[in-house]
Design a protein around this ligand. Structure first.
Ligand code: GDP
Ligand code: MG
Length: 597
């Protein structure tokens, strides 16, 4: 295709502002898919994504469009993941296109995710076309939102397009703006092949499918290609584009976006952001900015039923095939038996994987407290990465500990600002900025990731009645007074409940945890002390009193069916329990005990 007739773009938006609906409309309007084949939200493939309304895998679609100028154009839309956990993937997708549609819900306005994504688009030098969506709704206020875009983001919104992705108003104008306002890609057909690996995933029939953007040169079937970060060589078996169904074509030239398959066995062998070139006469320098994905949150996954360990292993291997950023290694816990220590890009990523293991593979899991990666500086100068609080080395050998910090951006209506500041302060935050955009405040905090991974987002939603939006990026490691806190149940340490905490917060956290556990652990025939300890020192304790002899005594009179039911219920509950010494702890306690209210 002639470079001048190509337009590559992405859509950036806060969740629910209408990105997927708009993409569907663009596809439908151009007749890319016949109406009868049009499933709602074509671009969101997986169930979980659909349920949660998030798009995780970047998807792409090639659209043919004859513009009002009579010329035929090829429009390539890359759908980027919308969640903070996948910021790096987003940034790579942005590098693969020249422009963005900035979709803002005209009944809502700019949100934290809008900001985070649009900044990435600006960083990638995109031409940006603002699109004000949902103008069919009575609450739509385009003037206010356009002004906000100018104030907060600092881009011209005077020629924003007014759209209803629902009714189709403004879709034609959007297509014309893509052609007329976004730049055509640049590239040299005669230069050595230089292509960016934008995304990859595993397909049961075709093996690994690699999404590429050709920068220079031409990619053809049968070419031998080389991944520049690993030097691995593969023969290309198939080249094609998505419409959005796969269509095999002969070649991809500069400026084009499409896929290749090359009997690559594992997604792990393809790294997002890597440069692909020819084995012979390849390009000299790779594209800038490549970095391998690094898991930032770790937790243990153990089968509730030990007999399911092998099933869990198989399931984890299968999921790893399709997810290069998910890591796992075997772990044994005195309390929980055999399981896996797994690494994720963030909390959402963790939840998605855990859900899939439980739902698609039917394995009931105990998830231990998520932990960030600490840098433990030993006295002898060695620096250890700590993925699991249970592995904390003996303190006499430790010089100091560093923890990861994030820069969090929160947008919130005025009236909730006080609560948000308090929440951030309680989580050891350092305020970096506080500005206003209309009746909303934008707060920027430097926070320990450790304080955010567990339930920060839930708390933020609840103190602001769902009105706050939140986004973050990693900013690096910093030293602090961190200690390992153990939980002892009936005098025995439960390794799966160990957490790293700030020294000054150990007592508060410990108190909260033992109080929670007292509620969560059922009574036994004997008294059970529950303690939180740092080093050898107990910082909080509760005692669970012994149960009265007859559990069914509290049922009125001698109703036999009631008694039966109670006993059945106890039996069912048993399966979800874990034995620690003489004490049974319900599975749900491992997560609930760590929530901070
Ligand atoms: P995404 O999270 O940005 O992909 O947003 P979706 O495309 O999933 O849209 C979120 C919700 O807004 C869905 O319920 C859509 O049906 C609805 N929606 C999207 N565009 C419009 C619009 O123009 N008007 C109205 N009334 N609803 C819309
Ligand atoms: Mg969507």
């Amino acid at each position: 295709t002639d470079l001048a007739k190509i337009r590559n773009f992405s859509i950036v938006a806060h969740i629910d502002h209408g990105k997927s609906t708009l993409a569907d409309r663009l596809i439908q309007e151009t007749g890319t898919v016949q109406d009868r084949d049009m499933k709602e939200q074509l671009l969101d493939a997986m169930d979980i994504e659909r349920e949660r309304g998030i798009t995780i895998k970047a998807n792409t679609v090639r659209i043919d469009y004859v513009a009002d100028d009579g010329e035929a154009y090829v429009l390539n839309l890359i759908d980027t993941p919308g969640h903070v956990d996948f910021a790096y993937e987003v940034s790579r997708s942005m590098q693969a296109v020249e422009g963005s549609l900035l979709v803002v819900d005209s009944t809502q306005g700019v949100e934290a995710q809008t900001l985070a994504n649009v900044y990435q688009a600006i960083e990638a030098d995109h031409e940006i076309v603002p699109v004000l969506n949902k103008i069919d709704l009575p609450a739509s206020d385009c003037d206010r939102v356009a002004e906000q875009i100018e104030d907060v983001i600092g881009i011209d919104a005077s020629d924003a397009i007014h759209v209803s992705a629902k009714t189709g108003v403004g879709i034609h104008e959007t297509l014309e703006a893509i052609v007329n306002r976004l730049p055509a890609p640049k590239g040299d057909r005669d230069a050595p092949l230089k292509a960016m690996l934008v995304d990859s995933w595993y397909d049961a029939y075709l093996g690994v499918i690699v999404l590429v953007r050709i920068v220079d040169g031409v990619l053809k079937k049968g070419d031998r290609i080389r991944m520049m970060s690993t030097n691995a060589v593969y023969p290309v078996e198939r080249i094609g584009v998505f419409r959005p169904a796969m269509q095999v074509i002969d070649e991809l030239g500069p400026g084009e976006i499409g896929f290749l398959t090359a009997s690559i066995k594992q997604v792990r062998d393809t790294r997002v952001g890597d440069t692909i070139t020819h084995e012979k006469k390849g390009c000299e320098k790779p594209l800038p900015g490549f970095k391998p994905a690094q898991p930032v949150v770790f937790c243990g996954l153990f089968p509730v039923d030990n007999a399911e360990f092998e099933d869990l292993r198989t399931a984890i291997e299968k999921l790893s095939l399709n997810d290069a950023s998910f890591s796992s290694e075997m772990e044994t816990s005195a309390a929980l038996g055999f399981g896996f220590r797994c690494g994720f890009l963030g909390l959402l990523h963790l939840e998605v994987i855990r859900d899939r293991l439980e739902r698609e593979y039917g394995i009931e899991l105990i998830t231990t407290a998520p932990s960030v990666v600490y840098h433990v500086h030993m006295r002898d100068g060695e620096v250890r990465e700590l993925h699991n609080p249970a592995d904390m080395p003996d303190l006499t050998h430790v010089d100091h500990i560093e923890e990861p910090r994030i820069k969090a951006t929160i947008l919130v209506p005025d009236e909730y600002l006080g609560d948000v500041l308090k929440l951030c302060q309680d989580r050891r935050g350092i305020q970096l900025d506080l500005t206003y955009a209309g009746s909303r405040a934008m707060v920027v905090y430097d926070l320990p990731l450790n304080e955010v991974v567990f339930d920060f987002y839930d708390r933020l939603k609840s103190v602001t009645k769902g009105y706050a939006s939140f986004d973050y990026q990693m900013i690096g490691y910093r030293e602090d007074h961190l200690v390992k806190m153990q939980i002892l149940v009936n005098e025995e340490p439960v390794d799966a409940l160990s957490v790293m905490v700030h020294r000054d917060r150990a007592e508060t956290r410990g108190r909260a945890m033992v109080e929670k556990l007292k509620e969560l652990i059922p009574r036994h025939m004997f008294k059970i002390p529950i303690q939180a300890a740092v080093g050898g020192r107990v910082v909080a304790r509760e005692t669970l009193s012994a149960m009265r002899k007859d559990v069914t005594a509290k049922c009125y009179g001698g109703d036999a069916t009631r008694k039966r039911k109670l006993l059945d219920k106890q039996k069912a509950g048993k399966k979800k329990m874990r034995q620690f010494g003489k004490v049974e702890i319900p599975q749900q306690a491992f997560i609930s005990a760590l929530k901070m209210d």
